[in-house]
Design a protein around this ligand. Structure first.
Ligand code: NIG
Ligand code: FE
Length: 418
């Protein structure tokens, strides 16, 4: 099948010489084409250009049986969002804790009371694989219509070998049945389960000696994660787990510096993590460590918003020359939304990114943060045809500006229309 989109108001984030990510001043570079066309062929982007060049591709094309033509007058076409950090496989929901949050209890206090992650662990234990697939598929279908074309999904609500494997098998199943591109991350070290309370090192031993080898044997994970933060796992625990993961080829993508200057960024960079995520507590020392690394600093504004946390210093990082990525953290406890259009707005309003920077932060840089920027994250010939077409909007700035409503009319994933 081929899709020809004509009269595109603006074709956003095109590349003729693709780059892996954009950093520092380059983050405000966005190559857009006004009044453009775009052609897909199979699951690939076959060509694009300004409308005054469309004649070059038309001969022969209009006789094709399998051609769908779309008129995108007044609309924008974007590369799909890549959401490089979620926990969207979970059972039920946790709105009951919401009241505790409103009353002022902290994330750690809710966790201490057996709520938080432990609440989801219990629910996941009681749910079947089929139930988990069904619930996660609803969430995937929802974010698909909000413009997400690729998503990373973590385990971490199992916390026993059996339930971690169950979660990862659910993610594997989702990879097979959803048109959204999925990457799986093993997060056995999300919290210390109750039966190991006071003996966290023994739980780390189970992760290293039992879980990682089994996850690797079944090829259930692309990446490995640790919640390296105050009250959860120490940099020393993290070091041991990441070392063990590397032996099985699992590159780290870790939770770091959400609750304190935890040393998480340093240990992540030491193991050449693909990304370090959250970063509310990032100072000059952490920024210096991230410079010249291959690790993508990733900010999760939904969690900071929902938990009323301090904001990661995104502006300072970009001004220091770093790249930043923005992802949703879609999960039942700290960010029950996977709406990347809202993430785009929050990046601009709360973190002072320019709209162009925010687009790079949610497309190309998040694609890099899930190891996919050679395939996704921008509009380039040969990249996968993962795109969305907006409703009529005046310009790119309108996308983060008009927050809260869905401004996407049509979605193309792998060259198919949704
Ligand atoms: O990214 N910070 C750790 N983990 C998740 C929260 C998970 C939960 O509360 O269920 C996060 O915010
Ligand atoms: Fe998270």
């Amino acid at each position: 099948m081929k899709i020809l989109i004509r009269n595109i108001g603006q074709l956003v984030n095109t590349e003729t010489v693709p780059v892996a990510f954009r950093a520092g001043k380059e983050m405000s570079t966005l190559h857009n084409i006004e009044n453009a066309w775009l052609l897909t062929d199979g699951d690939r982007i076959a060509g694009f250009g300004p409308m005054n060049t469309i004649e070059t591709i038309l001969p022969g094309l209009e006789e094709e049986d399998n051609l769908i033509e779309i008129d995108a007058t007044g609309r924008l076409v974007f590369p799909s969002f890549c959401d490089s950090h979620t926990h969207l496989v979970y059972a039920g929901s946790r709105e009951i804790e919401y009241i505790d949050k409103i009353k002022g209890l902290s994330y750690e206090e809710i966790f201490e009371r057996g709520g938080g992650i432990m609440n989801s662990v219990k629910r996941l234990h009681d749910a079947s694989e089929d139930e988990l697939v069904e619930q996660a598929l609803d969430r995937l279908n929802e974010i698909l219509m909000y413009g997400t074309g690729a998503v990373e999904i973590k385990s971490g609500y199992g916390l026993s070998t059996e339930d971690e494997l169950k979660m990862l098998r659910v993610i594997k199943k989702l990879k097979e049945i959803s048109p959204v591109t999925i990457r799986a991350t093993f997060l056995g070290a999300h919290a210390v389960p109750a039966e190991y309370k006071g003996r966290p090192h023994e739980y780390v031993d189970v992760i290293i000696n039992e879980m990682i080898p089994m996850v690797a044997a079944e090829e259930l994970a692309d990446y490995i994660d640790v919640f390296c933060d105050k009250g959860f796992f120490t940099p020393e625990d993290t070091d041991r787990i990441l070392m063990a993961g590397l032996k099985y080829g699992l590159r780290p993508k870790i939770h770091a510096n959400e609750l304190d200057y935890s040393g998480g960024i340093q240990v992540g960079v030491k193991y050449n993590a693909l990304s370090v995520d959250h970063l509310e507590y990032t100072g000059d020392e952490e920024i210096a460590v991230l410079k010249d690394s291959e690790t993508m600093p990733t900010i999760l504004p939904g969690a900071a918003f929902f938990l009323n946390m301090v904001h990661a210093p995104a502006r300072k990082m970009i001004d220091a020359g770093l790249p930043v990525a923005f992802a949703s953290d879609f999960n039942p406890g700290s960010s029950p939304s996977g709406n990347m259009q809202l993430v785009l707005s929050m990046a601009c309003i709360q973190y002072r990114l320019l709209p162009e920077e925010a687009v790079n932060a949610t497309t190309l840089n998040t694609a890099y943060a899930m190891g996919l920027s050679d395939e996704l994250g921008s509009v380039a010939v040969g990249k996968r045809a993962n795109l969305f077409i907006t409703i009529p909007v005046p310009n790119i700035e309108f996308m983060p500006y008009a927050f809260g409503s869905n401004k996407i009319e049509r979605v193309i994933l792998n060259g198919e229309l949704y």
